[in-house]
Structures are given as structure tokens and as C-alpha cells.
Design a protein around this ligand. Structure first.
Ligand SMILES: Nc1nc2c(ncn2[C@@H]2O[C@H](COP(=O)(O)OP(=O)(O)OP(=O)(O)O)[C@@H](O)[C@H]2O)c(=O)[nH]1
Ligand SMILES: [Mg+2]
Ligand SMILES: [Zn+2]
Length: 294
């Protein structure tokens, strides 16, 4: 007999079942094949055997491209960093930490500057000016006034997205807006997977009508410094890249070295000083960790 395995994506694990969506967007309620030992995570790409009545058997987990804790989710493509134009005013150092973290984990990141219906905070103005000019993705939005939402949908298209950002910036509001629209047209599916916004405390991926998935992770934060070597940090600063090869020392950390092109670019106002300050703060933490664990 030829095998009839089908590729699918785990949307959630609930009540002992795994809800697996195939490429036709149909969702199957799957039990595990006995031999699977590894924990199956939301976001896992799997092979499963479809059975009758929307049931299935989850056969194997495919190799993960990444895996996050807090919440536990696999194969994330996209980090949406939700900041507010004001209320709360955005923190530049938090933003840079999130960007470094995303880059370290191989994620594409988008800076979403939400609440543009409000007057702009000083840091918000800096963000809106500096980052797009350096090639970062930035979308201005107002969940309240339905501005920028289509651009966010386009960013998520066919990808697995998670939200990050400080409290009060509008993550839950955005999620509700995106998922509510999906709800309208996927009622049958939501009935089938027994969904209720408040019924589950497990991580769930919501398929969006416009394509892609978003995780219900309003409290998502990935603030711990990633476990990288200090000399790797500059690789995660795209605005440093055109200068790093011009430093006098090939192993320059752009820290206390002489003839450092990155520092020169900072004093020439090509690299923003706040970016460099955030770099040094993270660098010192990494160096400190290396001292402790050597
Ligand atoms: N003016 C304005 N207010 C907004 C906008 N989006 C969300 N809000 C409001 O901002 C407040 C916080 O929104 P939430 O969606 O709860 O923020 P959150 O990021 O989920 O916050 P945490 O769950 O604490 O991390 C609420 O009162 C929202 O109504 C917006 O675009 N403009
Ligand atoms: Mg929230
Ligand atoms: Zn240097």
C-alpha cells in the first residue's frame, strides 16, 4: 500500500487532540501515532493520515526551523513588534533588543507603529524616520481607525507571525481585529475546532483569510539576551554592515578599538547614536556573560 501521508500545520493542541490544517485549509482533529515521543508544538509542520469525519492520525514531525519558549511555538517566520506612537511612548532600547533577537532567530521583523491617530511622541518620530531609511520594515497603523491593517495583512501573508511589544501598545486589539475578520468567514472551522476566544489557555495559531497565521500571544516577550557570542552581535545591526569591513582590526567589536569605522559612522551621524548606545549596552552584557561562563 502506498502511504497517504498529508502535510499539515499544527494550529493548537487542545483536549488531547492536535488540530492540523492541510494545504486546502481543512482542519483535522488528530491523535498521535503511538511512536511519537517528541512533544508536538503549535506551529509544527507534520505529516498526518486523514481519516473520515475530519479525524486524522499525526504521524511525524518535520524538522523545525526554529522553536520559541514563552510561548512554546515552532517555525515562526515573522515577528511583529508592536509599539505605540504614544501611550505608551516607545522605548528605543527595547525595540533594538527585539530586532536583534528576531534577527538572531532568523525571523523577519516588522516594526508596527500603532496608534498613529494620537500625536507623535519624540521617540516615535525617531523610529519612523531612522529605521525605514536603514531598510527595516515599518508600518504605521491605527487599530482604532483601521489604518495600515491591510499592510499588516500583506506582511503576514503565508507566514507564521507572532506579536511582541510592551503592554498597552494594541497587540490584543490588533489580534482581535485580524481574527474577528477571519472568524466571519470561517465560522464552520471555528465551530469544528471548538474555538472560543476565552476557552483556551494554550497557544493557538489563527489562520487569517488574507493568508498566513497569527499566534494568540499577547504577552509575548523575548527580552533575554540571546545566547550569542559578543563578536556576533554587530551582524544583527544591518545599519552597521557597510562599515564593519572597514575597521582597522578584522575582529573589531566596535567598542574600545582604535580606527573603528562603525564609531566613525556614529560620529558622522550616519549611524544613529542611540543605536550605537544600545549596541554597546547589549555587547557589555554579552561580554559579562562570557566572563561568567568561561
Ligand atoms: N488611540 C488608540 N488606542 C488604541 C489603538 N489600538 C489600541 N488602542 C487602545 O490601547 C489600549 C491597550 O490596547 P491592548 O490591545 O489591550 O494592548 P496590548 O498590547 O494587548 O497590551 P498588553 O496585553 O497589556 O500587553 C486599549 O485601551 C486599546 O483600546 C489605536 O490604534 N489608537
Ligand atoms: Mg494584550
Ligand atoms: Zn569597528
Amino acid at each position: 500500500m502506498t502511504n497517504t501521508y498529508v502535510e499539515g500545520l499544527v494550529l493548537k493542541n487542545y483536549g488531547g487532540f492536535y488540530y492540523v490544517q492541510d494545504s486546502k485549509k481543512d482542519i483535522y482533529e488528530c491523535k498521535l501515532r503511538g511512536k511519537i515521543r517528541q512533544a508536538v508544538l503549535t506551529g509544527d509542520k507534520v505529516l498526518f493520515t486523514p481519516l473520515e469525519h475530519g479525524q486524522g492520525i499525526l504521524e511525524t514531525i518535520q524538522k523545525r526551523r526554529n522553536e520559541m519558549t514563552r510561548p512554546r511555538i515552532a517555525n515562526i517566520d515573522l515577528l511583529l513588534i508592536i509599539l505605540a506612537n504614544d501611550e505608551p511612548a516607545p522605548s528605543l532600547s527595547l525595540l533594538d533588543r527585539l530586532l536583534v533577537n528576531a534577527s538572531y532567530n532568523g525571523l523577519t521583523s516588522y516594526i508596527i507603529l500603532n496608534k498613529i491617530d494620537l500625536p507623535e511622541d519624540e521617540n516615535a518620530a525617531i523610529i519612523a524616520r531612522y529605521y525605514p531609511q536603514k531598510g527595516f520594515n515599518l508600518i504605521k497603523s491605527s487599530v482604532r481607525n483601521n489604518i495600515g491593517i491591510n499592510s499588516i495583512k500583506e506582511a503576514i501573508m503565508d507566514r507564521i507571525a507572532v506579536l511582541a511589544g510592551p503592554s498597552g501598545t494594541g497587540k490584543s486589539s490588533l489580534l482581535n481585529l485580524l481574527v474577528e475578520e477571519a472568524d466571519i468567514k470561517t465560522q464552520d472551522v471555528s465551530k469544528k475546532i471548538g474555538r472560543g476566544r476565552h476557552t483556551t489557555r494554550h497557544v493557538e495559531l489563527y489562520p487569517l483569510d488574507s493568508g498566513g497565521w497569527i499566534a494568540d500571544t499577547p504577552g509575548f516577550s523575548i527580552l533575554n539576551p540571546p545566547n550569542m557570542e559578543s563578536r556576533q552581535l554587530a551582524n544583527h545591526y544591518p545599519d552597521f554592515q557597510e562599515f564593519v569591513s572597514l575597521c582597522r582590526f578584522s575582529d573589531c567589536l566596535h567598542y574600545r578599538e582604535k580606527d573603528c569605522s562603525v564609531k566613525k559612522a556614529v560620529s558622522d551621524n550616519i549611524i544613529a547614536e542611540f543605536r550605537y548606545r544600545n549596541y554597546v549596552a547589549m555587547l557589555e552584557e554579552l561580554i559579562e556573560n562570557e566572563r561568567c561562563y568561561r
